[in-house]
Design a protein around this ligand. Structure first.
Ligand code: URA
Length: 203
C-alpha cells in the first residue's frame, strides 16, 4: 500500500516531511533521488547512510563507488540513470528502515516512479526487493530475475540485484552483482546492442 505522500513534493523532490518521528531526529536532511526525470533505468536502494545524509545524495559512500564503477564499466555514467531509495531519511545507527517508515515513504517512491516511468527498476539489496514485490525475497538466489509489480498507480518491470555493499563484504557476490547489472543494462536497451531498444518485450 502506498497511499498519498504524507508531506510536500515539488516535482520529484520531497521538500518537507515529518511523518517518521525517529527519522526526523536522525536525519540532517531529506535525501531525494538524483538523475534524469526521464531515465530508462532507476536504481532503488534502502535508505541513506551517513555519507548520503551529509551530502544529500543517494549512494555516494563506498557502496556508491561500487555502483558508479560498475556503471562506468558498462559505458554508463551516474548522470545517465536515476538513483533513489525506499526511505529518504537516514535511520539512526544505520539500522534497517522499519515497516512503518517504509510505508510512510512509499507514496514518494510511487510518485517518483510514475513521473520517471522507467523501462526497468533495479532493486539494490533485500529491503527494496521485499518492499516492491511485497513478499520475502532470498536476494542472492533471486538476483537477476525480473518481476512485474505495482507501485502506487503504476506497474513496473523490476530486476532484483544484490546491494553493492555485499560485494565489499563477500567477494563471491561480485559476479552476482555484475551479472544482474549486465542484465539490467541489456534489458533497458542501454548496452549499445539493441539500437536503443529495450528487450523487455521478451519477458
Ligand atoms: N545504501 C543504500 O541502500 N542507499 C544509499 O543511498 C546508500 C547506501
Amino acid at each position: 500500500m502506498s497511499g498519498s505522500p504524507p508531506g510536500e513534493m515539488e516535482g520529484l523532490e520531497v521538500t518537507d516531511c515529518e511523518a517518521c518521528t525517529e527519522l526526523c531526529e536522525s536525519r540532517s536532511r531529506i535525501v531525494n533521488g538524483v538523475g534524469p526525470a526521464d531515465a530508462d533505468l532507476v536504481f532503488v536502494g534502502e535508505a541513506p547512510g551517513a555519507n548520503e545524509d551529509e551530502q544529500g545524495e543517494p549512494f555516494v559512500g563506498r557502496s556508491g563507488d561500487v555502483l558508479t564503477e560498475a556503471l562506468r564499466d558498462r559505458g554508463l555514467a551516474r548522470r545517465d540513470i536515476r538513483i533513489t531509495n525506499c526511505v529518504r531519511c537516514r535511520p539512526p545507527d544505520n539500522r534497517d528502515p522499519r515497516s512503518d517508515e517504509l510505508a510512510n515513504c512509499k507514496g514518494y517512491l510511487a510518485a517518483e516512479l510514475e513521473r520517471v516511468d522507467p523501462e526497468l527498476v533495479v532493486t539494490l539489496g533485500k529491503v527494496p526487493a521485499q518492499h516492491l514485490l511485497e513478499r520475502s525475497v532470498a536476494v542472492t538466489k533471486e538476483a537477476g530475475t525480473v518481476h512485474d509489480a505495482r507501485v502506487g498507480e503504476g506497474s513496473y518491470r523490476i530486476l532484483l540485484c544484490v546491494h553493492p555493499a555485499a560485494t565489499l563484504y563477500d567477494r563471491s557476490q561480485e559476479s552476482t552483482f555484475a551479472d544482474a547489472l549486465d542484465e539490467a543494462v541489456a534489458l533497458a536497451g542501454l548496452d549499445g546492442n539493441g539500437g536503443g531498444q529495450s528487450r523487455l518485450g521478451e519477458f
